[in-house]
Design a protein around this ligand. Structure first.
Ligand code: SAH
Ligand code: DHB
Ligand code: MG
Length: 229
């Protein structure tokens, strides 16, 4: 099995199942044109976030790591009665982004997708904006997508626990890292962060969790999935 095969399967399935319309492809194109790194979730991964958010009936979503708002659009569209052409009928994504330029690009993309009113972008270091959310009494969030700097994953997970309720789902992206997750000798800070996260999930009595390995256009990676008890 190779990257070519994984690409072929994504190319076969995504056009059939992922509702990847002009607003989403436009968001990717505008993000690339604005110089943002091309690290958004793939269309099928965006569709998966959408399916998971819908499956918990999410009305409140917290995202850590906005980039150009591509995953944000998938999540906002999971709210009831929100679609490519449908009007907003409640629901809010709070999305945290360090880089003002990324946030600006995302704002335009969200507007073009017709979901800007459903999204609150908070610019700053997530380790500072997360406690602000707690202080404001924000949440509880039904669904949390953690997809920012990987060494901080365990910290973000603890804040996510303070901002969720029993039944909430928490997804942490990019934890398998081409299998490096299993490399006990790794000195890569990203890998170390993901290994600490798995250890935290093992010891954390407030969640039941798993890690799902994935292949596709984004290569070999995977995500952690936790349900709050
Ligand atoms: N969720 C996006 C991709 C996010 S890429 C998608 O799938 O479409 C990761 C983002 O996290 C980048 O935009 C980066 O600027 C942001 N980021 C990195 N460190 C951060 C921090 N400390 N606080 C908040 N955001 C951060
Ligand atoms: C990177 C970050 C991501 O969130 C991702 O999905 C893929 C790659 C990165 O920092 O390289
Ligand atoms: Mg990611």
């Amino acid at each position: 099995m190779s990257q070519e095969t994984w690409n072929d399967v994504d190319a076969y399935v995504a056009p059939q199942l992922a509702r990847h319309d002009g607003a989403l492809s436009g968001a990717l194109a505008a993000s690339t044109a604005a110089g943002l790194p091309e690290i958004a979730v793939s269309p099928l991964q965006g569709q998966m976030l959408h399916v998971l958010a819908k499956s918990v009936g999410a009305i409140t979503v917290l995202e850590i790591g906005t980039l150009g708002g591509y995953s944000t659009i998938w999540l906002a569209r999971a709210f009831p009665n929100v679609g490519p052409n449908g009007g907003p009928d409640g629901g809010k994504v709070v999305t945290l982004e360090l880089e003002p330029h990324h946030a600006e690009v995302a704002r335009t993309n969200l507007q073009k997708a017709g979901v800007a009113d459903l999204v609150d972008i908070r610019v700053g270091r997530a380790i500072e904006t997360l406690p602000q959310l707690v202080q404001e009494g924000a949440g509880p969030f039904d669904f949390v997508f953690i997809d920012a700097d990987k060494p901080s994953g365990p910290d973000y997970f603890q804040w996510a626990l303070r901002l969720t309720r029993p039944g909430s789902l928490i997804v942490v992206d990019n934890v398998v890292r081409q299998g490096e997750l299993a490399n006990a000798a790794s000195e890569d800070e990203n890998v170390l962060g993901c290994r600490r996260l798995v250890e935290m999930l093992q010891q954390e009595p407030r969640v039941t969790a798993t890690v799902v390995q994935t292949v596709g256009t984004k290569g070999y990676d995977g995500f952690a999935l936790a349900v709050v008890l």
